[in-house]
Write a protein that binds this ligand. Structure first.
Ligand code: FES
Length: 105
């Protein structure tokens, strides 16, 4: 069973917000896409760039890397647009009371 770690309160993550945090030594981006929370690696799989600095597309539920423009699906971490070819890790998210929690394994 995964261990969940608190990263923020729900109030800190309104729709459209991207929050960078460290969980279990991993760089994570928590994203509120139109009211649904996702946790993804904050590091692009192409080169080193922080996806939390990128652009969120709430309609497509994707994030665009700020460095070369690769696009990743928030639900699955799959690549939607080059130049990245490898998916990024995604992590479990849950809300307990007013706290957003992330599990990394
Ligand atoms: S570092 Fe993200 S697309 Fe190149």
């Amino acid at each position: 069973m995964s261990e969940f770690f608190p990263v923020a309160t729900v109030d800190q993550l309104p729709p459209g917000t991207i929050l960078a945090c460290m969980v279990g030594g991993k760089e994570i981006a928590v994203v509120n896409c139109d009211g649904t929370l996702y946790a993804i690696s904050n590091v692009c799989s192409h080169e080193y760039a922080q996806l939390s600095e990128g652009e969120l597309d709430s309609d497509d539920c994707t994030i665009e890397c700020p460095l070369h423009g690769a696009i990743f699906a928030l639900r699955t971490g799959k690549v939607r647009a080059l130049p990245a070819t490898e998916p990024i890790p995604v992590y479990a998210v849950k809300v307990v009371d007013d706290t957003v929690q992330i599990a990394v394994s």
